[in-house]
Design a protein around this ligand. Structure first.
Ligand code: FA5
Length: 357
């Protein structure tokens, strides 16, 4: 009679029981393995090099001699059976997951991250659209400008103290007389002269563009920033037109509830000159406010009636024509509109900030 593998060894499970226990556990685990990863894990646990069936086979040597052959054959049969079951299950799992490379249409979609316009570009467009609705045409001009337009045409001759108002980045170039003649424009006002040179009245233009000033940065000052120049020249233009146009702009861009303040100011290219401020969104007059330093107002633009000398220099007769002009800071407008307390956020390229707009 062949050696029995059923022989009992006191309290120890019989060899047959050991094989059946591994078989039951392996088949139960295989039935619920439903992915390539789960199948691989199952294979390692049962039929891999350190798997439970392999351990059974390795344990043959420790059995009594009369049990070894029967146990070894039974363990080998189990190994073959589990390998077959594995192949079958693998085929089922592969079939259920669709053909290789197929798209799983049940997966939730991934939201594509769309690009958007920089908040300053959006604000420039909003400002030019507000003036566009009042009949102003948008034009652009050079960022690298001649001293002649940036200063002289604007009534700021060489050695005029007003040049100190604009800390200038000069280009490393001199004219025949050895004077520096090219600069990064400090304001968009030189376009007043360029537009007047190029066309006859009536003029209604807005000029958006980058400006540069060699000055220290703080919460409301950048060394490069954007302005929008506004200019209207025609017969009979008065200060009331200037005020009405700028009030209407503020109403359109900031809403009717925001307060606007006009004050006298000096710019050599206008007479009279004013500046316009909008009430600070950030504080109740707190002297520690980083934006307005407790003044409650944030200045957004300088303006005034175009100086007769500027008109004359452009070839216009100041007896016949008059005009108003304004130059506003786009970043300041964006800060007030969106409640941003530091101008430097706009150019720090931090997506957490930029993606809010
Ligand atoms: C000028 O630049 C004049 N050209 C404005 C003007 C135009 C007056 C037409 C009269 C007629 P000002 O230096 O004040 O003026 O600048 C105008 C606006 O630009 C300021 O009110 C402010 O909003 C913005 N601005 C000026 N300097 C900076 C800066 N460093 N950073 C951010 N914004 C600035």
């Amino acid at each position: 009679m062949a050696d029995s593998v059923n022989g009992s060894n006191g309290g120890e499970p019989s060899p047959d029981d050991r094989i059946n226990a591994v078989k039951d556990a392996a088949l139960a685990a295989l039935a619920v393995a439903d992915s390539a990863d789960a199948l691989q894990e199952w294979r390692n646990q049962y039929i891999g090099r350190s798997g439970e069936v392999t351990l059974l086979l390795r344990s043959v040597g420790s059995l009594p001699a009369e049990q070894r052959a029967g146990f070894g054959q039974a363990a080998n049969r189990l190994k073959n059976e589990l390998e077959g079951s594995f192949d079958t299950r693998q085929a089922e799992v592969t079939a259920a997951s669709g053909p290789a490379g197929a798209i799983d249409v049940s997966l939730p979609g991934r939201k594509p991250s769309g690009g958007r316009l920089h908040p300053i570009t959006q604000t420039v467009r909003e400002i030019t659209a507000a003036f566009g609705a009042m009949g102003f045409q948008t034009v652009e001009g050079p960022e690298v400008e001649l001293d002649r337009y940036n200063f002289n045409a604007m009534n700021i001759p060489d050695d005029h103290p007003a040049r100190d108002m604009f800390d200038t980045f000069w280009l490393d170039r001199v004219d025949e007389e050895g004077a520096r003649s090219i600069l990064l424009r400090t304001h968009t006002s030189p376009m007043q002269a360029r537009v007047m040179e190029a066309q006859d009245p009536p003029i209604r233009v807005v000029v958006p563009g980058r400006c540069y000033r060699y000055e220290a940065t703080d919460a409301s000052h950048e060394w490069h920033f954007n302005q929008v120049e506004v200019m209207a020249v025609d017969e009979g233009i008065t200060f009331a037109d200037l005020k009405g146009t700028l009030f209407e702009f503020a109403r359109r861009v900031f809403g009717p509830e925001r307060k606007v303040r006009f004050r006298c100011d000096f710019f050599p290219f206008v007479e009279p000159g004013v500046d316009m401020a909008v009430d600070c969104f950030n504080c109740e007059g707190d002297p520690a406010c980083r934006i307005c330093r407790g003044s409650r107002w944030l200045e957004i633009l300088g303006a005034g009636m175009v100086h007769p000398d500027v008109l004359r220099r452009a070839g216009y007769d100041p007896e016949r024509y008059s005009g108003f002009a304004a130059g506003m800071g786009v970043e300041r407008v964006a800060m007030l509109k969106h409640g941003i307390d530091d101008i430097r956020h706009f150019y720090a390229n931090d997506m957490r900030f930029l993606s809010q707009f």
